[in-house]
Design a protein around this ligand. Structure first.
Ligand code: ADP
Length: 450
């Protein structure tokens, strides 16, 4: 999959996502609008019904109050004695004493005669005891009209401290639409938001998978290119030499014969070792390498390595400096593998040099629990976006089609695997065009820590 296809797939995915979200947005908006209109109509109807109901309730309660005044022979002014607390709740003040059942009967009769057929609850408040002395729920039944239930419902508004007697009437079944109901319709947006998050997560994950697949396919292509490049030269040399051996007459020139035979032998060995190296590292899994551990003097080895590298660097134009600052420099490791690790890092410092004078520094230091080996170079460096990938199997920093530096992208994978198998870790700091520092942390033995 090339870059263009990835871009097209992501672009089409985004268009689909935006279209789905837009359609959802339009539909939800339409539905909300329709619901709001419906509630507004309902509210208007409600308010008409309520004002009609209020009028009838007032009428009924006035008749009840008149009758109470008549019975108790109370001739005081009854103005303001009926108070509407909410569309379905009334307080009625009266003088004297009142029997609950007598009140209940009057309420039933008056509500029936004013065509109020709602369930209602009434409660009698006694100002001497500052408490509700009786309350009851009355249900309307088409056959038997109002039925007493003997259920005393507690309602926060039914009792309020007062200096006078009063009874409260409450119509529990009356549903009124409030303006809040219109505002509450905002909840579909939560749904839309969640769906969007889900779709975005899905799309992001798909893009991640596509990009990862692309990277894997790039790595595969790179690996095949490198492999072809690395194997072609020895195969071509063997082909040429064997062709000469076949076609020329060597009966009088045993020296030449030997030379061609040794070329074939040498190139064949090179091929063999390359294939072996690739196969061995490719097969290597974490925890799979058997380690033969012994005490290893890292400083002694670094001095040895310096001798080998000084010789090569003299030819290439460069130098290897060492700063052996660690106090504890003997570690319990597999010397063969740790030597390979250091050689791999030094080889890379040489391979990825710039045209300038190459400067490599090997530094050793200790932290509380490790011996740390820093290998610094002033080479080409690694871009930030590639740094995290360089330890992956077969990964090589892309260089387009230029294969001037040979390799299979296995060196650092090997280095990391071995270091981690020893209980250590590897860190890398790199600045493009300035250089790279690899830091290998090898754990010290507990008895060496004191
Ligand atoms: P190889 O060298 O065979 O490509 P490695 O696993 O050793 O594989 O390295 C992986 C990649 O990391 C290399 O392709 C190279 O781009 C980058 N790299 C490794 N060491 C250095 C270094 N010292 N300086 C710059 N880049 C490096």
């Amino acid at each position: 999959m090339n870059k263009r296809s990835v871009f097209t797939a992501v672009f089409l995915g985004l268009i689909c996502l935006i279209s789905i979200l837009m359609i959802q947005y339009i539909w939800i908006n339409k539905t909300i609008h329709a619901q709001k209109t419906e509630i507004m109509i309902q509210m208007k109807e409600d308010s008409l019904n309520i004002s009609r109901f209020t009028q009838k309730a007032h009428e009924a309660l006035s008749s009840v109050l008149n009758e109470i005044s008549y019975t108790t022979k109370d001739s005081s002014d009854r103005y303001g004695a009926i108070r509407q607390i909410s569309p379905n709740m009334y307080y009625v003040e009266y003088q004297g004493d009142l029997e609950p059942l007598y009140l209940e009967n009057m309420l039933k009769r008056e509500f029936y005669s004013t065509h109020i057929t709602n369930d209602f609850q009434y409660a009698l408040y006694n100002c001497f005891h500052d408490s509700v002395k009786y309350s009851n729920l009355i249900r309307f039944n088409v056959d038997s009209l109002f039925e007493t239930t003997n259920i005393a419902i507690k309602h926060p508004l039914i009792s309020f401290s007062s200096n006078s007697h009063y009874f409260a009437v409450f119509f529990p079944g009356m549903i009124t639409h409030r303006m809040d109901d219109v505002e509450d319709i905002g909840s579909p947006w939560v749904f839309l938001f969640l769906v969007s998050i889900l779709i975005i997560t899905y799309l992001t994950y798909s893009v991640y998978v596509i990009i990862r697949q692309k990277k894997l396919s790039d790595i595969k292509t790179d690996f095949i290119n490198n492999m072809t490049h690395e194997l072609k030269t020895p195969i071509a040399t063997i082909g040429l030499s064997s062709n000469t051996l076949l076609n020329d007459d060597f009966s009088h020139d045993s020296e030449r014969l030997k030379r061609y035979a040794s070329i074939i032998y040498r190139e064949n060995k090179r091929l063999e070792s390359q294939v072996e190296r690739v196969l061995n590292i490719a097969k290597m899994n974490k925890n799979s390498t058997p380690l033969k551990k012994s005490l290893f003097d890292v400083h002694e080895f670094i001095l040895e390595a310096k001798e080998t590298f000084d010789f090569n660097l003299e030819e290439l134009g460069g130098e290897l400096n060492i700063e052996l600052g660690a106090n504890k420099y003997c570690v319990f490791v597999d010397p063969v593998h740790i030597k390979n690790v250091i050689y791999n890092l030094l080889d890379n410092a040489v391979k990825y040099r710039k045209d300038d004078y190459l400067k490599i520094t090997i530094r050793t230091r200790n932290d509380k629990r490790h011996l740390i080996i820093d290998i610094c170079d002033n080479g080409v460096g690694i871009k930030k976006e590639n740094v995290n990938l360089i330890f992956d199997k077969f990964y090589r920093v892309p260089t387009g089609n230029i294969h001037d530096v040979k390799g299979f992208g296995l060196g650092l994978y090997y280095v990391k695997t071995i270091v981690e198998q020893h209980g250590g870790m590897i860190q890398v700091k790199s600045v493009p065009d300035k250089g790279t520092t690899f830091s290998v942390f090898l754990p010290l033995r507990v008895k060496d820590l004191e």
